[in-house]
Each structure stands twice: as C-alpha cells, then as structure tokens.
Write a protein that binds this ligand. Structure first.
Ligand code: FAD
Ligand code: PYC
Length: 402
C-alpha cells in the first residue's frame, strides 16, 4: 500500500561527525535527545552531537511499557516527575509531532493492609506537593475497571492510589519527535557510532573515541541507561548502579476492555491496553545482572501467573511478543543527574525501571545542569548523596518492576 509513497523527507538529517562540538551527548534514547532539545531550546546551545551505538530509540526508550505518572513520595521526585508529566501534556504541540499522550489515569492497587497505609501516605504527600492523586475504594476500582476481580482469595483489592492525569504516550514518537526537533536546530544525530573511550587532559574531558573516529567536546553528557557503568568506567569513575534486564510482553489485539493503566505492585504485575488492542503486560526485573536484551519464558509465566487472579480474562489470551531492556537501578531507586568526578563530564542515569515518564523533566533539568552548572530540578539527585547518606528512597513508588 505504500508503493507510491516515495521521496519522503527524512525526519532527521543523516550526519557525519565533525571534529569538535560544544556538547557531545552519548545515547540517543529519550533522555539524551530531550537533554539536547532543551539545551537548544532553553539555552541556545546547538553545536551538539548525539552519538548512538545502535539506532535512535532502540534502547529502553523503545522497549518500555509507556506508563506516565508522578505519584512519588519524596519532594525532589515529585518535582521532577510532575514537571515531566506536565510537559507531556503539551509535548505534541511543542514538538509539532503527535506523541499520542493519553492521560487515561493510572492506578496502583492496594492488595495488602501495608499497601493501603503506604498509598494513603503517598496521597497525603502528593496533596502537599500539588500532585493530584487520591486513595480510592475497591468499589471505585471496580467501576473504573469492570474486568477486574476485586475479591481474589489471596490478594483481594482493598483500594488503589489513583492518578487521573497519569497515562501513557507512544514511546517511539517521543524519541522521533525530539530527534526531528534537534535536527531542525542544526544538531547532529549520529547513529551506529559507538563510544569506546573517554579522552581527558589535565583532569578535564577532551572528547570521546568512537567507531567513527575521535570527537572533541567542551562538555560531555553520558545518558546511556543500562550501559552507564561501562561509560563511567571509560571516564575513570564508578557508579552505584546495577544493570538488570526488565521484560515485558503483549497479547493478541482484542476489543477495548480496559481504559486505564493498572499496576499491582504486591504481586509484581501491571497491564494496560494499547491503541491497537494488545494487552501490554510487565512484571519485576530479572533476579540477576545481565546485558541481555531479550525475554525469557520463565519470567513470562511468573508475570502472567501474578496477574491472573486479579484479571481472570488473561488466562485465555494468546501472547504475541516478549522482549527485554537493560535498566540501571540505584540503591534508593532514584536517578542520578550529576556532575561527574571528571571535569566537564555529566551523568544522567539510574532511572531504572521508571524513566520513560521522566524524559521531558529529566531533559529539562539535565540541560540546565549542563548549561549552568546547577538546576533546582536536579540538585538533590547528585552523586554526592551516596557519600553524604541523603538517599531519596522511592522503593515503594518504583513499584511493580523493582
Ligand atoms: P535508553 O533509551 O536505553 O537510551 C540509551 C542509549 O544509549 C541506547 O540507545 C544505547 O544504545 C546507547 N548507548 C549505550 N552505550 C553506548 C555507547 N557506548 N555509545 C553510544 N551509545 C550508547 N519507564 C516508565 O516510566 N514507565 C514504564 O512503563 C516503563 N516500562 C518499562 C518496561 C521495560 C520492559 C523496560 C526495559 C523499561 C521500562 N521503563 C519504564 C524504563 C524506561 O524505559 C527507561 O528508564 C528509559 O527509557 C531510559 O531512557 P534513556 O534514554 O536513559 O535510555
Ligand atoms: O515506572 O510506572 C513505572 C513502570 C511500570 C512498569 C515499569 N515501570
């Protein structure tokens, strides 16, 4: 059907690396591209290269299950995730690219008394932070999601933390929209360009060595999610991170049956319905460190088993595809947006299982940090918090997947 569609304009230019840039960003995922975009838009810095070892958006940005919410507990988290959620509301207009943001509502089920108390606490914290969430009853949950069995013998639904303006967006479109806007500002997006070394001189970053040659830069941003440990190693420092696979799967498409996103954190499962009708399903991280970006059958079975008491209908669904991405998990389940020990080098990582929702807020704050050396959105997320013991504990909000 697309036979006669020829001569389409490229969404972003195919670029060859120059010898030198003001800023080099490693990683053309959502966070790297958003950082470049806000460096250009908010600070007028456009002499930028974004280097990607594979294809743009082919890392976790193109592998995630697209849940967007800002119902975190601690103030610094609420600030950056709510900034991101609010930027998602206008992203299609801002980028002139339809990212299909769908604020359909996200609920986190409370299936133990412990979770009831935890989510009521989060709802109170969110009220103080200006984040609109509420704790709703089991009956209200059933009204919103009629296919749910709220009277399961093992894990009955006791209520839920409900964020009506949470939802989802089309992950590829987020990456492509930012990429097109960056390219239009004159930035170079260079795919199949793997960074293999970080070059330094006198304790300051000088540039990078890549599969397409050496590139010099004034400032370097490392934004490579599950490969952050490897890049930090090249730059001569260590990060408090573990890299583990996180898997997801989709079913055959079925008629519309659920128009909100549901997370069941106690049993480690979550589900939403895509625009195509597929049920998008995921569970917890693999129990071992690995760089293997693929799915495995035992994990798939565990996840579906976890959900089937609450969603009996999934026992009859055929599953179509499963896959994995490598997520970078910190001890306090909060990200790292920080100056690195090497002068001129900055690191944005540790989003673990929950960074898709944060892409615009992270890009906004990290761009400010790289341009000005400081940002109110990133101040609390520095590497120094691990040596000073100022953890931002979000293990409950990270929820299902951690
Ligand atoms: P990535 O998109 O992974 O981009 C990093 C890029 O760096 C990659 O493209 C990689 O190829 C490149 N790179 C690595 N090394 C090099 C090198 N040496 N040289 C050049 N380039 C390099 N988050 C949510 O908020 N909601 C969800 O529902 C959700 N679900 C998820 C489900 C799954 C199965 C997975 C895996 C993740 C999920 N996440 C979710 C987490 C989210 O996907 C990530 O936190 C987010 O996408 C990270 O984006 P990024 O731009 O930092 O990383
Ligand atoms: O961060 O909301 C999230 C999430 C859900 C599944 C994976 N991550």
């Amino acid at each position: 059907a697309l036979r006669d569609h020829t001569g389409w304009q490229r969404a972003w230019r195919k670029a060859q690396p120059k010898k030198r840039y003001d800023v080099v960003i490693v990683g053309a995922g959502g966070h790297g591209l958003a950082t470049a975009y806000y460096l250009g838009k908010n600070f007028g810095i456009t002499n930028i290269a974004i280097l990607e070892k594979g294809w743009l958006g082919g890392g976790n940005t193109g592998r995630n299950t697209t849940i967007i919410r800002s119902n975190y507990l601690q103030d610094p988290s609420a600030a950056i995730y709510e900034k991101a959620r609010s930027l998602y509301e206008t992203m299609s207009q801002d980028l002139n690219y339809n990212v299909m943001f769908s604020p359909r509502g996200v609920m986190m089920l409370a299936q133990t008394e412990h979770e009831v108390r935890g989510y009521q606490r989060t709802a109170h914290a969110n009220a103080l932070q200006g984040v609109a969430t509420e704790f709703i009853s089991a009956q209200r949950v059933k009204e919103l999601v009629p296919i749910m069995n709220i009277n399961g013998p093992r894990y009955p639904v006791l209520g839920a933390l409900w964020q009506p303006r949470g939802g989802s967006a089309r992950h590829d479109a987020v990456a492509w929209g930012y990429a097109r806007a960056c390219s239009a500002m004159g930035m170079d997006i260079i795919q199949k360009c793997e960074v293999t070394a970080v070059r330094q001189e006198g304790g300051k970053v000088k540039g990078v060595t890549t599969s397409k040659g050496d590139i010099d830069c004034e400032k370097l941003g490392l934004v490579v999610a599950g490969h952050s440990g490897a890049l930090a190693d090249m730059a001569g420092f260590r990060l408090p991170l573990e890299s583990v696979p996180l898997q997801a799967l989709v079913s055959e498409p079925i008629k519309p049956c659920m128009d909100v996103v549901v997370m069941a954190n106690t049993v480690h499962g979550y589900m939403s319905q895509s625009d195509k009708g597929e049920m998008v399903i995921g569970g917890g991280t693999d129990a071992f460190n690995s760089y293997t970006q693929r799915g495995s059958f035992h994990h798939l079975e565990e996840t579906v088993r976890a959900l089937v008491e609450t969603f009996p209908m999934i026992s009859r669904l055929k599953m179509l595809r499963h896959w994995g991405g490598i997520v970078d998990v910190t001890g306090d389940r909060s990200p790292i947006l920080s100056k690195a020990p090497l002068e001129g080098c900055f690191v944005n990582c540790g989003w673990g299982t929950g960074g898709f929702k944060a892409i615009p807020g992270s890009g906004w704050g990290f761009a400010e940090l790289m341009a000005r050396g400081q940002s109110p959105l990133t101040d609390e997320f520095g590497l120094n918090r691990f040596t000073e013991g100022r953890f931002i504990d979000e293990s409950v909000a990270a929820g299902v997947a951690h």
